[in-house]
Write a protein that binds this ligand. Structure first.
Ligand code: SF4
Length: 295
């Protein structure tokens, strides 16, 4: 039986600079709850983020953290997982960082299936830079950079993830932290890439997609006779928006190997588990033989 840890173990002393009421608070709380429920200690996990309001999250936890440059947390997280497959690696970043600047990394991670979990704080706006429209802003959304309304169609992360081969796709709402924590836990336990897209109200710059706006539309797939292993049903659910928005696991499959499972050089063990012997003043040839051992 797993002994549940105290979520306070992950508390940090740094000052949280998010606006009062921001959905990011619930995501921080839910991640701590999920890790505590799974009995994962701070030294056993790594949280990687990009740039944005939500990407400040690793600084607000006592845990291994890595804030990367804009849009790049996924490749860094994948590298960390390759180096140390025993580490629980979680990416936390916003919709702009993930689906815009880091869009290609998002698609490649879906098809590669590294055993990492990505939590996207999807507030449909760029909050840190004071409210420009983002990839997930709905068409017609008025912001400082779209004064006549956004003219592009909104990016649909659920259908893109499904089409790109993601093996775990879920959607949660920051207004329901316990349900969110449960989905994060399921994502961490899933062997492969897990996407948890979180509807996260930005109370300062997005006055359309508010807590109330979401509450009027969301419903739970767990309360319906829904089979998340049915890819065609997931495709239908991935396109529900505006009138009704499904929460829960839209799709999951355990049938594909992870990226790490298939990397030949990991067959002899992870890099961190191998004993590396170098003399006190190593010669260039020693570096060469070391390099060959990992390629
Ligand atoms: Fe949260 Fe928006 Fe404030 Fe950023 S600007 S901290 S996303 S409420």
């Amino acid at each position: 039986m797993v002994t549940r840890l105290d979520p306070k173990l992950f508390d940090a002393t740094s000052e949280i600079t998010w606006c009062a009421g921001c959905g990011d608070f619930a995501i921080l709380k839910a991640l701590k709850l999920a890790l505590a429920d799974l009995s994962i200690e701070p030294h056993q996990a790594l949280v990687v983020s990009g740039i944005g309001c939500g990407s400040k999250l690793p600084d607000y936890m006592t845990i291994n953290g890595f804030m990367t440059i804009h849009g790049r947390p996924l490749p860094v997280a994948t590298a960390a997982k390759l180096a140390n497959p025993d580490l629980h690696v979680v990416v936390v970043n916003g919709d702009g960082d993930s689906y815009g600047i880091g869009g290609n990394h998002f698609v490649q991670s879906c098809r590669r299936n590294p055993n990492i979990t990505q939590i996207v704080e999807n507030n449909q706006i760029y909050g840190l830079t004071k409210g420009q429209y983002s990839p997930t802003s709905d068409k017609g959304f008025v912001t400082t950079t779209s004064p006549d309304g956004a003219i592009e169609l909104a990016f649909n992360p659920m259908s893109v993830a499904l089409a790109a081969g993601a093996t775990f796709i879920a959607r949660a709402f920051a207004g329901e932290p316990k349900h969110l924590a449960q989905l994060i836990g399921e994502g961490i336990q899933h062997r492969g890439y897990a996407l948890i897209d979180v509807l996260q109200p930005c109370v300062t710059f997005n006055r359309i997609n508010t807590y109330d706006w979401y509450r009027k539309r969301i419903y739970h797939l767990e309360e319906e006779a829904y089979d998340p292993t049915n890819r065609e049903a997931a495709w239908q659910k991935a396109h529900e928006w505006e009138e009704r928005i499904p929460l829960g696991v839209l799709y999951r499959t355990d049938e594909l190997p992870t990226y790490e499972d298939q990397v030949p050089t990991l067959a002899d063990g992870s890099p961190v588990s191998r004993i590396i012997e170098l003399s006190r003043n190593p010669r260039p040839q020693q570096y060469e033989s070391l390099k060959e051992g990992f390629l």
